[in-house]
Design a binder for this molecule. Structure first.
Ligand SMILES: Nc1ncnc2c1ncn2[C@@H]1O[C@H](COP(=O)(O)OP(=O)(O)OP(=O)(O)O)[C@@H](O)[C@H]1O
Ligand SMILES: [Mg+2]
Length: 248
């Protein structure tokens, strides 16, 4: 991350209030800058506003005040260049697993044959090579989530916004998917904003961990450890402790 480069994503004094002016704000004056190719984790308790902030960055929800800029331009809608993996699975039920991933690839501009190839590659990547013909309703929750991840990757977006993407996965698959995501991220270089409530997951993945609480950013930690990271690295465990204490 070069100090002189303009940020890829800038969140500028963003506030969000649902309902009338008397309602307590969900986000209050949030400022955050993500550098190009940076992997940023948003961490916080349930209900602290992580999804709301991610949706505002995505352009899916308008802020009540403030703005988000991508490459210096104010975000006014979803637009291209941003891939999203939702907390609640959002596959097209009328398309097969392969059809869902192909859809993402077609949106990135590939022709039918190219999109088919990319879909096969990505289904393989998420361990669903043999499930391409199945419809979402015929897949387990974790499998559906992996299809959603493949569909987001198929867009080959510059910015990947991921809302607890591994939350529905078993621990073993989750660790595999973390490693795969890091592999994709380091080979294709993307700016990633990744929401999680797992401190360990944030420590395994992020360049920086943004801890949210009470509608604002409570702390930002630079992880500064080489990847792949060992879960028993004393430096990582010390940071785990610091974050844990900060959350209480
Ligand atoms: N559309 C909405 N209308 C009204 N209130 C909302 C809406 N969306 C979110 N909220 C409220 O905003 C707060 C933050 O919600 P948000 O979904 O951003 O939390 P979160 O940090 O993602 O939680 P979790 O970890 O459980 O997913 C909650 O109090 C929630 O009830
Ligand atoms: Mg959420």
């Amino acid at each position: 991350m070069s100090a002189s480069a303009a940020p890829k994503i800038e969140v500028l004094r963003v506030s969000k209030q649902f309902g009338d002016a008397a309602a307590a704000p969900v986000l209050r004056d949030v400022d955050l800058a993500c550098a190009e190719n940076e992997f940023v984790c948003l961490l916080g308790r349930s209900g602290c506003g992580k999804t709301t902030l991610l949706n505002i960055i995505a352009g899916l929800v308008p802020p009540t005040a403030g703005e988000v800029r991508v490459d210096g331009e104010v975000v006014t809608g979803p637009g291209r260049g941003k891939g999203m993996v939702f907390q609640q699975n959002a596959l097209f039920p009328w398309l097969s697993a392969r059809g869902n991933v192909e859809f993402g690839a077609r949106r990135s501009g590939l022709d039918k044959a190219g999109a088919g190839r990319v879909a096969d590659e990505l289904l393989d990547l998420v361990g669903l090579r043999d499930y391409g013909a199945r419809y979402p309703g015929e897949l387990s929750g974790g499998m559906q989530q992996r299809v959603a991840i493949a569909r987001a990757l198929a867009l080959d977006p510059q910015i990947l916004l991921m809302d607890e993407p591994f939350g529905a996965l078993d621990e073993i698959t989750r660790l595999d998917m973390q490693a795969e995501l890091l592999r994709v991220w380091s080979s294709r270089r993307k700016t990633v904003v990744f929401v999680t409530h797992s401190i360990m997951e944030a420590l395994a993945l992020g360049d920086r961990i943004v801890v949210m609480g009470g509608g604002s950013i409570a702390a930002i930690h630079d992880v500064g450890l080489e990847r792949p990271r060992s879960r028993s690295d004393p430096a990582l465990l010390r940071l785990h402790d610091t974050i844990w204490q900060g959350l209480h």
